[in-house]
Write a new protein. Structure first.
Length: 299
């Protein structure tokens, strides 16, 4: 039993170091998302409620020059481009070049990163690689900044917030979303919860819930210089609502790898996860999802 526990603990430590932000540098973040990009875009259709709320709260449709940091595979980019004013300039950026290539495919743009930048005249769109902790843009460039579920991933979130303030014009607004309450985020917490019953202990690393502190997030925004700071929790449901989708969850590559790593216990682990999912979804009639903590501020 000890050998089995040790085996899957080592495997899961590695996965969680990758998936839960145990990072020493921005380069490690870039490397991870370059390698994880294709898997991630199979599930990036589940985070749209946070994005829509941020667009609404920062009066996105009234802005003239917009920067998105962490645009990822661009699942919601078409919506944003149609929602903004036709004359507004939009800069879609990400740290991962592979993510930007996926975004370009979705926009039907060819060779969009030959010069690390692409312009698309129809929507006044520019797609660029950018590091949210050290943006290449001059001070007072934009009147709108948005970053959805990225702040908790960067090694130094304070720097990212400070950079958003720097590149904003006076009167401009910034909006961020991060992971919120663990207890309401079963999609990401059910696996480690069940594994802990079989001897697995989470490694002492920074989790993606590390910014789930409303007072802390407000203080970070105010310390960067933002005024009129508003911060709230919001839940977004994912699409795991049937027995088939429960099986899809169990067979998602990273979840399946974790389950397989438990060796002789894998069937017991799988059954325990299945029963917990079934109780939550089918018996309690609740969706799996992610709780978010959203914050906006004005310069």
């Amino acid at each position: 039993m000890k050998k089995v526990v040790l085996s899957f603990t080592k495997s899961l430590n590695y996965q969680r170091k990758q998936l839960f932000s145990c990072v020493k540098s921005i380069q490690e973040v870039e490397t991870f998302w370059d390698s994880f990009s294709e898997k991630y875009v199979t599930q990036d259709n589940s985070i749209n409620l946070f994005y829509f709320s941020l667009l609404n709260m920062i009066k996105f449709d009234q802005r003239n020059k917009i920067l998105e940091v962490g645009a990822g595979g661009g699942y919601l980019l078409n919506h944003a481009l149609k929602y903004k004013k036709p004359s507004a300039q939009y800069f879609a950026t990400d740290l991962s070049e592979n993510m930007l290539k996926i975004l370009c495919r979705r926009m039907n743009l060819q060779d969009c990163l030959n010069n690390k930048q692409v312009s698309q005249n129809l929507y006044n769109l520019k797609i660029e690689k950018a590091n949210g902790e050290a943006l290449q843009y001059q001070d007072n460039t934009f009147d709108c900044y948005i970053s959805n579920l990225c702040l908790q991933l960067t090694p130094h979130p304070e720097l990212m917030i400070q950079e958003s303030f720097r590149v904003l014009q006076k009167g401009g607004s910034a909006g961020f979303s991060v992971w919120g309450e663990r207890d309401k985020s079963l999609f990401y917490t059910i696996l480690p919860s069940v594994l802990s019953q079989f001897g697995y202990k989470e490694p002492p690393i920074r989790s993606n819930f590390h910014l789930n502190n409303r007072e802390k997030l407000i203080e970070m925004m105010k310390n960067a210089g933002f005024n009129n700071v508003i911060c709230w929790n919001q839940f977004t449901p994912f699409h795991h609502t049937t027995e088939q989708e429960i099986n899809n969850f169990l067979n998602f590559p990273n979840n399946l790898q974790a389950i397989e790593s438990t060796g002789e216990n894998k069937e017991k682990v799988k059954q325990a996860i299945y029963q917990k999912l079934k109780e939550h979804i089918i018996e309690k009639n609740l969706p799996l999802g992610l709780d978010g903590l959203l914050v906006i501020g004005t310069k």
